[in-house]
Design a binder for this molecule. Structure first.
Ligand code: PEP
Ligand code: MN
Length: 336
């Protein structure tokens, strides 16, 4: 249920409602909009909430029929902007995150970070913990990789996003990075989602390989319900019968998510296509379709990459792509 407070509601009116709800054992989440406050109420006993419709300055009590509440637009009609350093996900400027699939060495990360900061980008990606399909593939450098990323952050003033794959890596990622990435394979690892909600760091939540949009938003709801409203959704392609591309990039998820949710959404054209020369066209298409950002794999030397080389842009190609994005962004009233 959500309780929509009247425009003229005072802090005392709002407190009276939330105090009553808490005393009755409901979980309460506030959404303070420019115009009005909306109170999200989590609990089974809807009849009791409906009765609060008579309280002072309550405009409406509305049942939320969707399975997710806190991440739905009903609860928070305005777009959420997730601020991470200079980057603002969900604002006018499209945020381009770039960097290698995996942290492989200090040299590799520094070369990528230098190029990325020269391009005017502000967020560096790189996996220190790699969820690989084969147990014999490179599994990542762990804490040492996180330290390299943190060094690049200090040196180039970049924000860092990197993946956590379990509770132990989550603790380390939350300590060293600016954004915690939950990967496609862990989208429905509910215990990990709960723990990610409690870190206090923004979370980039990738769509599961076979997840519907509702399942993805329910996963985001786990994070929000555990205290973290700073969630960035990431469409990274889904499994379909098509095998020419690594996954099928579901660009229609962008307008659908925008309608259902207030959360920002970024697109990963690298894992969705699986091939570097398909990355730029899909990146441009994502911006045209309204994506709030992109996350792109780029490597100083893709042919030497320990993971996802075939889909990684080299640094000059990344620079070309970033330049070309501004025309597309402008065409849809945004900037890069
Ligand atoms: C990644 O971004 O490095 C990654 C493993 O992505 P996904 O979880 O989308 O496969
Ligand atoms: Mn990768």
């Amino acid at each position: 249920m959500i309780i929509v407070m009247a425009k003229h509601a005072t802090a005392d009116d709002i407190n009276a409602v939330t105090d009553r709800l808490k005393a009755d054992g409901f979980q309460v989440h506030l959404s303070q909009g420019v115009e009005r406050t909306i109170i999200g109420v989590i609990g089974e006993r809807t009849e009791e909430v409906v009765r609060l419709g008579v309280m002072q300055a309550v405009e409406q009590v509305v049942p939320v029929r969707r399975p997710y509440k806190l991440v739905s637009r009903d609860f928070h009609p305005e777009d959420t902007v997730v601020k991470v350093g200079k980057a603002e996900f969900g604002a006018n400027r499209v945020v381009v995150i770039a960097g290698p699939c995996a942290v492989e060495s200090r040299d590799q990360v520094m070369q990528a970070a230098l190029a990325i900061s020269d391009m005017g980008l502000s967020v560096l990606r790189g996996g220190a913990y790699k969820p690989r399909t084969s147990p014999y593939s490179f599994q990542g450098m762990g804490v040492q990789g996180l330290q390299i990323l943190a060094e690049a952050r200090e040196k180039f003033g970049l924000m860092v996003v990197t993946e956590a794959v379990d509770h132990v890596s989550l603790g380390n990622v939350a300590e060293w990075a600016d954004i915690v990435q939950i990967g496609a394979r862990n989208m429905q690892n509910f215990e990990l989602l709960k723990a990610a909600g409690q870190t206090g760091k923004p979370v980039l939540l990738k769509r599961g390989l076979s997840a519907t949009i509702d399942e993805w938003l329910m996963a985001a709801e786990y994070i929000a319900a555990h205290g973290n409203p700073n969630i960035i959704l990431c469409e990274r392609g889904i499994r379909t019968y098509e095998s020419k591309t690594r996954n099928t990039l579901d660009l229609s998820a962008i307008p659908v998510v925008k309608q259902l949710s207030h959360l920002p959404i970024v697109v990963d054209p690298s894992h969705s296509t699986g091939q570097w020369n398909w990355v730029a066209p899909m990146a441009r298409a994502a911006v045209a379709a309204g994506a709030d950002g992109l996350i792109i794999e780029a490597h100083p030397n893709p042919q030497e990459a320990l993971s996802d080389g075939p889909q990684s842009l080299n640094l000059p190609h990344l620079a070309e792509l970033v330049t070309s994005l501004s025309t597309v962004a402008q065409a849809v009233g945004r900037s890069v």
